[in-house]
Design a protein around this ligand. Structure first.
Ligand code: NDP
Length: 330
């Protein structure tokens, strides 16, 4: 008999998206080689968009959201996985083009999974989640482009109190970088200092785009915000500074000039966590397991029940979520 399990199911009624908790069976699940008992998922900015029917991210309904999950393999027709294996999944458009992690069972492609790395458990993996994984990719991009702790200067993190930003501050400071954290929320200053930020900057100071070059400030930057913030940050990079562009919380536009590239050799590197190749994924997860301070991860994480997810989906779109939201799916 098919297993019954609980899932959050989105549907489209006329032009609005509805959300309902339903009991499904394994017969309802999409095709895939591996059946996973989902233990934990998270709430990311993109989940907020999907839950609210924004951005045309979901084209086919009914749909199970949740862009990432961790859990245990129930059954697999692929030799790489066997029952009981602990796995983590981020990206590959689960939760948007494919059913995602807001359900107690998920059936997915074996290629999408990563074995849970030694050193973290399934709940820590999702406290990290897509946001933390993206932060690690951004740190690796800065390193690959030569940004080093030996340089004289700070690495700036924008949207610092959000999910990507919080983990980026924590990893960078653990690695020995001097970190400047930009936030719009005064109440998060102590939290950001506890994660290791040595300088706190009001995000309103980072929006002026009237001049193509400003005083050189940053050896590197990890940006979750985009728009005028990213344009401003580019104009403040030191010679050969490197910016990793991760997000668009402030908007998808980039209203700047090419002058920072031409006169300071600034590099702008795009970060994509969704289609990231397997080898890079494994490397990033292993580094997260080793290098992200677990006590800071815990202090950056709020645990919520899946049944309470909908109001949180609205909050994240308003920039009101601090750090990471871990979703208990069990
Ligand atoms: P969060 O909402 O947790 O964090 C975003 C932060 O950006 C907020 O906490 C806030 O930080 C800041 N912010 C929000 N609105 C504005 C605004 N209007 N102007 C300036 N700053 C603002 O989201 P996540 O950390 O989950 O994601 C951050 C971004 O990264 C999103 O755009 C998301 O889509 C993107 N992303 C991209 C990925 C990729 O593969 N490239 C993967 C994961 C996420 P504060 O309060 O500190 O100012």
């Amino acid at each position: 008999m098919a297993d019954s399990f609980r899932a959050l199911v989105l549907d489209q009624k006329e032009k609005s998206v509805t959300a309902e908790f339903k009991n499904l069976t394994t017969d309802d699940l999409p095709a895939g080689e591996v059946l996973v008992r989902v233990k934990w998922s998270t709430l990311n900015y993109k989940d907020g968009m999907v839950l609210n029917g924004l951005g045309r991210l979901v084209r086919t309904y009914p749909h199970v959201p949740g862009v990432d999950f961790s859990g245990e393999v129930v059954s697999s027709t692929d030799d790489r996985y066997k029952p009981g294996d602990e796995v983590v999944l981020t990206g590959w458009r689960i939760g948007e083009a494919h059913w995602g992690g807001y359900a107690q069972l998920a059936r997915v492609k074996a290629d999408w999974l990563v074995p849970l790395p030694a050193g973290i458990d399934a709940s820590q993996a999702m406290a990290i989640g897509t946001a933390g994984f993206t932060a690690m990719l951004a740190v690796m991009a800065l390193e690959d482009q030569g940004v080093s702790t030996k340089q004289d200067g700070e690495v700036l993190v924008t949207g610092a109190a959000g999910g990507v930003g919080s983990v980026a501050v924590s990893i960078l400071s653990a690695l020995g970088y001097r970190v400047a954290a930009s936030t719009g929320r005064a109440e998060t200053h102590q939290y950001l200092r506890d994660l290791g930020a040595s300088t706190i900057i009001d995000r309103n100071e980072l929006t002026d785009t009237s001049k193509p070059l400003l005083t050189e400030r940053w050896v590197g930057a990890i940006d979750s915000v985009g728009s005028t913030t990213l344009a401003h940050v580019l104009s403040e990079m030191k010679y050969h500074g490197v910016v990793a562009a991760c997000g668009l919380a402030g908007g998808p536009d980039l209203p700047g000039t090419v002058i920072p590239f031409l006169l300071r050799g600034v590099k702008l590197i795009g970060i994509d966590s969704v289609m990231c190749p397997y080898e890079t994924r494994v490397r990033a997860w292993q580094r997260l397991a080793r290098e992200l301070p677990k006590d800071q991860l815990q202090s950056a994480t709020t645990k919520v029940a899946l049944s309470d997810i909908l109001p949180w989906g609205e909050k994240i779109l308003k920039g009101q979520v601090q750090g990471r939201l871990l979703v208990d799916v069990q």
